[in-house]
Design a protein around this ligand. Structure first.
Ligand SMILES: *[C@@H]1O[C@H](CO)[C@@H](O)[C@H](O)[C@H]1NC(C)=O
Ligand SMILES: *[C@@H]1O[C@H](CO)[C@@H](O)[C@H](O)[C@H]1NC(C)=O
Ligand SMILES: *[C@@H]1O[C@H](CO)[C@@H](O)[C@H](O)[C@H]1NC(C)=O
Length: 684
C-alpha cells in the first residue's frame, strides 16, 4: 500500500469550489486521505467528495471531446492527425494541461475499488451523518465483498437507530441498473406496460453508456520501453490495446450481473420479448426476437418463437432487428475477428468477455484452447479473492457437480504450523485424545475443534498463533466456498482438525477403508440410489470441505461415488494446501481409502446457510481471534486496518482516526467483539 507514503507528501489545496477550475482527482484524493488521518473530518469529506466529482467531470469532458472530434479527412493519416489535434485542443480547453489530470495506476486502482467511499463512511459516521455513512459503506462493500471489516460495518449500520433502509444503496450505481431493477419488479407485479417502457429506457441508457465506455478506450496508453520499432508494429500494438479495452466494456456497469456474466443487452431482450408477448404486441416481440438472433443465430428455440410471431402477424409486416443492436453486434464481431487474428498471428492474448461469440469467427487452430478456457471460466463462476489460490479441478474435471478442488489455499509454512498444532495438542493431554478409529481397527484417529484449540491457546497449552491460524484458515475456506458456489452467507456448522494414523504392524492385507462411503446431509440409500434429507443426518449442512495439510503418507485418497455407493466417479490424492469443496448432498457421496502408512492430517469443515445452525462458537472464536493483537489475515484493508497506532497495551491495533475507541457505536464492530470475547472468557 502506498497510502502512508503518499500521506507524507501532504498536499494542501485551496478549498474546492465549483467555480474554480477543476482540481485533479488524485491530488484531492490523497489530500483527503491525509486530512482524514489527522481527524480533520469536514475538510477530508470535502476533498474526497471533490475527488469523486473531479473524476466524473474529467470523464464528461473527455466524452464531449471524443464526440466532437470524429474521424474526418480524406486519407487515414490525415484523419488520424486531425483528430489528434482536435482532441488535444479540446481537452486543453476543457481541462488544462493533460498531465494535470492523468491518473497514476495506483490512483486509478483506488478509484476502481471505490476506496474513497471507505474513508467517507468513517468520516460521515464521525460527523454523525449516519445515512450518508451507511450509503458510502454499502457502496464500498459492493465492490469489495470480501473485505471483512466493511461487512461488519454494514451489518452494524443496519442495526443502528436512525439509519433508514433506503440508505443502503449504491452511490455509484449506473442509472440503467436502477431502471432495470425497477422494471424487473414492475414486471413481476404484472405491471406490464410500465415495466416494458422502463426496460426500453434502461436498454437505451445502457447502450449509450457502453458507447461512452468504448469511446474512452481511445485515450492515452501505458508506455513501455520504446525501442526502435517499425511504425506498423507500434500502431498495431496500440490498436490492439484499444480493441481489447473496447471489448472489456461489457464487463463494466453491471455489478449485480457480473457473476452470471450474462450479457446485459441479452437480459434486456429476453425480458422485453416476454413483456411484449404478454401484451400481445407481436410486431414488437418479433423485432426483439430478431435482435436476440443476432447473438444466437442458430438457436432453434428462438427461431421457433420467431416463426410463431410471424404466423400470428400473417405477413402483415416484415420485421428486422433493432438497428442500434445490429450495429453493436456487427462492430463487436469485427473487433473480435481482429483480436482473434492477432491472437493467432501475433501471439497476443485475448480473453473474450462474451459467452455468445459464435465459434465461426474463432480461427480453427484456437478453438480448442478458447473452448477450454471458456469452460473453465464458466465453471469458475467468480474470481477467487485470494491470489495464490487456483482452481485445479473444476466440477467437470471431477466428473460431477458442485465439487471443486483448489490448490495453494495455504502455504507450506502454514501446513507445518498446523501440523505443529496437532502435535502439541496431542502432547498436552487436554484435547485431541488418541482413539481407535470408529471405522477401522487399523487406524488411530485424533481430532481438535476450533473452539477447543482457541481455549487451549488461552490457557497456554498450545501455541496461540497456531491456534489462530487454524481459525483463519477455516475462515478462508468458508469464503472460498461462498464465492465459488456463489451462495449467500455460509456459516460454520462444525470444523475440526483430524489426523488418521496407520497402526504399525496391522496393515497386512487390509481390505477396509478409512471412512466408508457416506453423504454429509442426508441418509444414503444405495439400493434405491436416493438420499433422504432427514434425521439422523445433519440436514442443515449445505457444503463440506476438506483442507489437506500433508501428503507424506500411504493411501488416504478421497473418492466420490454415484449414489449406488460403489461406482467411483473421481479420486484424488491429498497434498498440503489442497482444498476440496462440495455440496453435502447425495450428488457427492464420498469415502476415504485406508491410510496404510504414516499419518494423514486435514481440516474438515461443514458449512450451513442457516444462521440458526451456525456453530455457536464461531462468532466467539472470531471475537477471540480479533481481540488478540496479532495482525489479521490480510484483506484488502484500506483505511482502518493498515495504520497501527500504539495503544494502551503497546500492541493494540486501532484505526488512525479512532481517538474515541470507547465510542459504543463506532461502526467497526470492535467493541462489540470485545464484549463477546469477554463473555467467552467468562465461560471458561
Ligand atoms: C436457445 O435459447 C434459449 C433461450 O431463449 C435457451 O434457454 C437455450 O438454452 C438456447 N439453446 C441453445 C442450444 O443454445
Ligand atoms: C508458535 O508458532 C509459530 C508458527 O508456527 C512459530 O513461529 C512460533 O515460534 C511459535 N511460538 C512458540 C512460543 O513456540
Ligand atoms: C474423471 O473420469 C475420467 C474418465 O473416467 C478419469 O480419467 C478421471 O481421472 C476422473 N477424474 C478424477 C478427478 O478422478
Amino acid at each position: 500500500m502506498a497510502v502512508p507514503l503518499l500521506l507524507a507528501l501532504c498536499l494542501f489545496l485551496p478549498p474546492v469550489s465549483a467555480s474554480l477550475s477543476l482540481n485533479p482527482a488524485d491530488l484531492l484524493l490523497w489530500d483527503g486521505v491525509s486530512l482524514f488521518s489527522r481527524g480533520d473530518w469536514y475538510e477530508a469529506r470535502d476533498r474526497l467528495l471533490g475527488a469523486l466529482r473531479s473524476l466524473r467531470e474529467v470523464r464528461g469532458a473527455k466524452l464531449r471531446c471524443a464526440a466532437q472530434c470524429g474521424l474526418r479527412g480524406a486519407r487515414l493519416e490525415e484523419a488520424v492527425l486531425e483528430r489528434a489535434e482536435c482532441l488535444g485542443a479540446c481537452e486543453r480547453l476543457e481541462l488544462g494541461e493533460p498531465s494535470r489530470y492523468r491518473l497514476t495506476q495506483e490512483t486509478e486502482r483506488s478509484f476502481h475499488k471505490a476506496t474513497p467511499y471507505n474513508y467517507l463512511q468513517i468520516i460521515h459516521y464521525k460527523l454523525e451523518e449516519l445515512n450518508e455513512a451507511a450509503a458510502a459503506a454499502f457502496t464500498f462493500y459492493l465492490r469489495n465483498p470480501h473485505h471483512e471489516q466493511i461487512k461488519d460495518d454494514v451489518q452494524r449500520y443496519r442495526t443502528m437507530k436512525g439509519v433508514s433502509k433506503q440508505s443502503f444503496r449504491d452511490l455509484e450505481e449506473p442509472h440503467h441498473m436502477v431502471l432495470y431493477s425497477r422494471a424487473v419488479s414492475l414486471l413481476s407485479e404484472g405491471k406490464l406496460s410500465n415495466g416494458v417502457w422502463r426496460l426500453e429506457e434502461s436498454l437505451a441508457l445502457y447502450l449509450s453508456a457502453l458507447e461512452e465506455c468504448r469511446s474512452l478506450c481511445e485515450g492515452t496508453r501505458e508506455q513501455e520501453n520504446e525501442e526502435h520499432r517499425d511504425i506498423s508494429e507500434v500502431i498495431a500494438e496500440y490498436y490492439i490495446q484499444v480493441l481489447q479495452c473496447k471489448q472489456r466494456c461489457v464487463l463494466e456497469g453491471s455489478l449485480g450481473q457480473k457473476r452470471s456474466r450474462e450479457n446485459i443487452i441479452i437480459s434486456h431482450l429476453a425480458l422485453l420479448e416476454e413483456g411484449y408477448t404478454k401484451l400481445e404486441k407481436w410486431e414488437a416481440a418479433a423485432q426483439i426476437t430478431q435482435s436476440l438472433l443476432l447473438f444466437y443465430p442458430h438457436n432453434e428455440t428462438i427461431l421457433g418463437r420467431l416463426s410463431e410471431y410471424e404466423r400470428t402477424l400473417q405477413g402483415r409486416s416484415s420485421t428486422k432487428p433493432r438497428e442500434s443492436i445490429a450495429a453493436y453486434v456487427s462492430q463487436s464481431l469485427l473487433e473480435k475477428k481482429l483480436l482473434y487474428y492477432a491472437m493467432e498471428n501475433l501471439g497476443i492474448s485475448f480473453q473474450d468477455p462474451d459467452l455468445w461469440t459464435p465459434e465461426e469467427i474463432i480461427p480453427e487452430s484456437l478453438r480448442e484452447t478458447v473452448r477450454l478456457e471458456r469452460e473453465a471460466e464458466e465453471q469458475r463462476g467468480a474470481d477467487l479473492p485470494y491470489e495464490e489460490v487456483t482452481v485445479t479441478m473444476t466440477p467437470k474435471q471431477m466428473n460431477g457437480t458442485m465439487r471443486v478442488t483448489m490448490d495453494g489455499v495455504i502455504s507450506k509454512e502454514e501446513c507445518e504450523a498446523l501440523l505443529g498444532l496437532a502435535q502439541e495438542a496431542a502432547g498436552s493431554g487436554e484435547g485431541f485424545k488418541d482413539r481407535r478409529s470408529p471405522h477401522t481397527p487399523h487406524e488411530r484417529i485424533q481430532s481438535l475443534g476450533v473452539r477447543q484449540a482457541l481455549q487451549m491457546a488461552s490457557s497456554g497449552s498450545v501455541n496461540s498463533s497456531q491456534a489462530q491460524l487454524f481459525y483463519q484458515t477455516s475462515e478462508r475456506a468458508r469464503v472460498l466456498a461462498e464465492v465459488y458456489f456463489g451462495t449467500e452467507s455460509l456459516h460454520f456448522s462444525y470444523t475440526h482438525l483430524v489426523c488418521r494414523t496407520a497402526i504399525e504392524g496391522k496393515q497386512e492385507g487390509r481390505t477396509d477403508v478409512s471412512q466408508p462411503v457416506h453423504t454429509d446431509n442426508c441418509v444414503l440409500d444405495t439400493e434405491e440410489k436416493k438420499c433422504w434429507r432427514e434425521p439422523p443426518a445433519y440436514i442443515h449442512r449445505d457444503f463440506s470441505g476438506l483442507l489437506y495439510l500433508n501428503e507424506d503418507f500411504q493411501g488416504g485418497n478421497l473418492f466420490f461415488t454415484e449414489m449406488d455407493g460403489t461406482t467411483i466417479t473421481a479420486e484424488l490424492h491429498p497434498s498440503c494446501g489442497r482444498l476440496v469443496l462440495f455440496s453435502s448432498g447425495g450428488e457427492n457421496a464420498h469415502g476415504v481409502r485406508a491410510v496404510t502408512g504414516g499419518k494423514q492430517c486435514a481440516i474438515e469443515l461443514w458449512f450451513t446457510k442457516s444462521a440458526e445452525h451456525a456453530e455457536q462458537t464461531s462468532s466467539q472464536s472470531k471475537a477471540l481471534v480479533r481481540d488478540r493483537d496479532e495482525p489479521q489475515e490480510s484483506t484488502e484493508g484500506e483505511t482502518t486496518r493498515n495504520r497501527r497506532v500504539s495503544g494502551r497495551s503497546g500492541r493494540e491495533t486501532v484505526a488512525a482516526g479512532d481517538a474515541t475507541s470507547s465510542d459504543p457505536e463506532r461502526p467497526s464492530g470492535r467493541t462489540h467483539q470485545k464484549r463477546a470475547a469477554r463473555k467467552f472468557t467468562d465461560e471458561l
